[in-house]
Design a protein around this ligand. Structure first.
Ligand code: FMN
Length: 186
């Protein structure tokens, strides 16, 4: 079966995600791009992954520097998301406020959370690389709603409508949920 690329994108766009900016510092210069292909991988040790297009400038820079940070965007940061999604743009950081913590990768002002990582593994698959990092420092920012990406658009979530998953007390899922919520401080 020959898979239609448009259909693949369309179906994937129905998976709502948060939006992050993945940054790095290479030879003293900051680099970064907008990424929604971000996931946690392991709790012990703490690992996360991002999938990055091999053609992105930031791809080579992350691999060269061996470090990166994942900045989780708030719903006020649509502009920054658009800015960092512009391929090949050199001056992405000119008008953006950021800070440095442990690795030197930019931590953007206004992000609702960040994770700084040391590169652990790179798996090249098709036109992207799955970049796995070990988390070395992390924090949550102020209270703000997340930026959400769905069907190629930014959207808001109404957190007043948020519900906690309901599991029976004895189910393994419930125990797992408790474990997660304690570990992650939900
Ligand atoms: C909402 C959104 C999510 C994106 N997610 C990814 C992603 O997960 N991986 C990726 O390689 N590019 C993603 N992109 C595209 C990159 O941000 C874009 O190609 C970027 O300009 C590359 O920057 P660079 O070449 O300066 O490194 C996304 C763009 C948008 C708008």
């Amino acid at each position: 079966m020959v898979l239609d690329g448009k259909m693949f994108r369309r179906v994937m766009s129905h998976f709502a995600s948060g939006v992050t900016i993945v940054t790095t510092r290479c030879k003293g210069k900051p680099y970064g791009l907008t990424v929604n292909a971000f996931s946690s991988v392991s709790l012990e040790p703490p690992l996360v992954l991002v999938c990055i297009d091999k053609r992105a400038i930031s791809h080579a820079k992350i691999i060269e520097s061996g470090e990166f940070a994942v900045n989780i965007l708030s719903r006020d940061q649509e502009d920054i998301s658009d800015l960092f999604a512009r391929p090949g743009l050199r001056q992405k950081f000119d008008n953006v406020q950021y800070d440095e913590r442990k690795t030197g990768s930019p931590i953007l002002d206004g992000a609702i959370g960040y994770l700084e990582c040391r590169l652990k593994s790179v798996y090249t698959e098709g036109d992207h690389s799955v970049i796995v990092g070990k988390v070395v420092s992390l924090a949550v920012g102020g209270k703000a709603d997340p930026l959400v990406f769905y069907q190629g658009r930014y959207c808001n979530v109404d957190l007043r409508m948020a519900t906690i998953p309901q599991f029976s007390d004895t189910s393994e899922t419930h125990l797992l949920y408790n474990y997660w919520s304690e570990s992650f401080g939900w």
